[in-house]
Ligand binder design. Structure first.
Ligand code: PSU
Ligand code: MN
Length: 303
């Protein structure tokens, strides 16, 4: 059921740094063939940092840990269903192709013994619709991060979400949220959200010590490491806010809901910004893979 590639298995056995990478970002976050380029760039960034990448996806009902080039190409060409934790059994039993979200990837990585994970941006609490008293949609990423001991490198949470509510929920769930050389919760396309992070760490050695401490304490929660998008790619928050308002209006007109919402909004932002948001997404995904690679390498070589 769980097929770990030879390279990843050997790296884990030898105690080398291994970084899990999600596949929903590739399958549903970017159009083809840009998504293939992003996937390849993330794999290369982990390697350049001295660690081994393990991209996770379901193919023909087999959960693969460590997609090779052919597996990545198949994933990028489309057809894989977005798989969160609840969808894994369905994909395995039915022999489907599934691209795993943060929730499903974190869970599988932990099962495989991988301690570090890079994504673009975690899911969270979606915005409450006008007239409603509570958000209609809360990503399963939050529930999974509350019970899965892994360190996730992320550009904060996507700005399409209710970021104050997302940060509160992370706190309630006991999930450490650490700013990497920042005290501002990054908003994915922007370096700042205006929301303060109580805890920050300045360098990779500090991150490694913190992740080790969480492990030694035996706490079930993930550690969320917030890496702001690279300065040269990041967009001003006000500019993103206007684009999001327009994208959300389109989603409301087309009645997009559930798992389709995040991919729809990312694609709408891409169109409305003339490709600018996609370039930020690409840059931050690679930057997160690189930081995760450095962290994994550091942990493997002894903190
Ligand atoms: N990061 C990206 N692009 C993405 C995602 C993350 O740069 O498409 C995906 C992740 O797989 C994340 C998911 O788990 O978006 C959240 O979806 P939802 O809100 O439906 O849980
Ligand atoms: Mn959802």
């Amino acid at each position: 059921m769980l097929q770990v590639s030879d390279e990843v298995a050997a790296a884990l056995a030898a105690g080398r740094g291994v970084v899990a990478l999600e596949s929903s970002l590739v399958a549903h976050g970017f159009p083809y063939p840009d998504n293939l380029a992003v996937g390849r760039a993330m794999l290369a960034a982990v390697r350049a940092a001295g660690a081994v990448p393990a991209m996770i996806a379901v193919q023909d009902g087999t959960i693969r840990v460590g997609l090779d080039e052919a597996g990545l190409a198949r994933l990028a060409q489309g057809g894989a269903v977005k798989c969160s934790s609840r969808d894994l059994a369905w994909a395995v039993a039915g022999g489907h192709d599934g691209a795993t979200t943060v929730a499903a990837t974190a869970r599988i990585a932990a099962l495989a013994g991988i301690g570090i994970f890079a994504t673009g941006g975690i899911g969270g609490v979606h915005r409450t619709e006008p007239g409603a008293s509570a958000p209609a949609d809360v990503s399963a990423d939050l529930a999974e991060l509350a019970r899965t001991p892994i360190a996730v490198v992320t550009a904060g949470a996507k700005s399409i979400l209710d970021l104050p509510a997302t940060l509160e929920r992370l706190e309630t769930l006991g999930i450490p949220v650490i700013g990497f050389a920042t005290s501002d919760f990054p908003a994915f396309h922007s370096r700042e959200s205006g929301l303060t992070l109580d805890r920050r760490v300045e360098d990779v050695a500090g991150l490694a010590r913190l992740v080790m401490a969480q492990r030694r304490l035996g706490l079930p929660q993930a550690v969320v490491i917030c890496n702001p998008p690279p300065v040269e790619a990041a967009m001003p928050a006000a500019e993103v806010a206007a684009l999001i308002a327009a994208a959300m209006a389109q989603a409301a007109v087309e009645k997009v809901r559930g798992g389709a919402l995040t991919p729809f909004l990312l694609a709408a932002l891409d169109r409305l910004s003339g490709g600018r948001t996609r370039r930020v997404n690409h840059a931050l995904a690679v930057s997160n893979a690189e930081l995760a690679g450095r962290l994994a390498q550091r942990l493997a070589s002894g903190v």
